[in-house]
Design a protein around this ligand. Structure first.
Ligand code: PHE
Length: 336
């Protein structure tokens, strides 16, 4: 029994020294030394275990559970210190209070939004209101009310994306231009009207550096008594100077759009070349009649600008497809 007592005493002592020692450890490396010393293959625990084969069955019954307990205690001790240590370590590694804080990255407005705002602001300063319209249109507004009947060859100018929503009354499509809003606004309002309508348009087109199948337009419409072509020219000229600079030159040439008469396009002189940026004209009498206006009483002008084209000129963008490619290297260059 003396033997048993001294073995139990040894177990007690081992537990005590092991736990004292581990509590005084401060370094990670100390913990590993401790593990080798107490739990290692030739460590204190296994040399104590060795006595099991030399003792009697009666002694085993007493000593065995105690040794098992000791083993569990030591393993527990090790695990809990290891956990503590790694948390401390993480804290020490990752938290440097002398580091400056991380910047929160700011988004910027999309370049299309920026140019649309700039162009709309130019018109706003001339008394125009801003209005938005629907991207899904009916054949009636996109074509018929704009003097483009079904059999008119001018329909071929627009590569149309028809929608599978046809009912008895309407054929639906993604609008090919913002001009349908001319008719919608005139139907709902009485002159005088001065409005610009920015928005998305869609055409069934192959894309290349200057063509996208999804793009924006800014429609403009001014209707009143005695509006003349000189007002059209003056307004668009003023817009060009606001956007491109006060000495910007512009050129008007005849062009054809079924919903205006006469029709023009306007180019700006840019890096030595004339570049077309919009179509315009005096609102066609048939369009006025179609929405219930008397063309002998009212007249007006309309125009359609491609804002991406304007932005390409201003910002030296070579490929219109950049606007929808979602490439941050491109987008982050535009600071509002
Ligand atoms: N809607 C025409 C287009 O898409 C542009 C335009 C608008 C022309 C208004 C004249 C008047 O090409």
């Amino acid at each position: 029994m003396k033997n048993t007592e001294s073995i139990l005493k040894n177990i007690e002592n081992l537990k005590k020294s092991a736990s004292d020692e581990i509590s005084n450890n401060s370094q990670k490396s100390d913990l590993e030394d401790w593990r080798i010393k107490y739990l290692g293959r030739n460590g204190e625990l296994s040399s104590l275990m060795k006595i099991m084969k030399d003792i009697s069955p009666d002694e085993k019954r007493i000593i065995g559970p105690k040794l098992n307990q000791l083993k569990n205690d030591l393993n527990h001790l090790f695990e809990s210190f290891q956990l503590n240590n790694s948390q401390t370590q993480k804290y020490v590694d990752n938290f440097d209070i002398t580091l400056p804080g991380r910047n929160i990255s700011h988004g910027t407005l999309h370049p299309t939004t920026l140019i649309i705002r700039e162009i709309c602001d130019a018109f706003r300063s001339m008394g125009f209101q801003i209005h938005e319209g629907n991207e899904i249109e009916t054949e009636k507004y996109n074509f018929d009310l704009l003097n483009i009947p079904d059999d008119h060859p001018a329909r071929d100018q627009w590569d149309t994306i028809w929608l599978n929503l046809t009912n008895n009354e309407n054929n639906y499509l993604l609008r090919t231009h913002t001009s349908p809003m001319q008719a919608r606004i005139m139907e709902k309002n009485n002159p005088p009207i001065r409005v610009v309508v920015p928005g998305k348009c869609y055409r069934y087109e192959a894309t290349d550096a200057t063509h996208e199948w999804e793009f924006h337009q800014i429609e403009g419409l001014a209707i009143d008594k005695k509006i003349s072509f000189s007002e059209l020219k003056g307004t668009l000229y003023q817009m060009a100077r606001k956007i491109f600079g006060s000495d910007q030159q512009v050129r008007f040439r005849c062009d054809f759009f079924p919903f205006v008469e006469p029709g023009v396009d306007m180019s700006i002189l840019w890096e030595g070349r004339w570049i077309e940026i919009l179509g315009a004209g005096m609102v066609h009498p048939k369009v006025l009649t179609g929405v219930g206006y008397d063309p002998n009483e009212y007249s007006g002008f309309a125009f359609g600008i491609g804002p991406e084209r304007v932005s390409m000129l201003k910002n030296k963008i070579k490929d219109i497809r950049n606007f929808h490619a979602n490439d941050l290297r491109f987008l982050s260059q535009f600071v509002n």
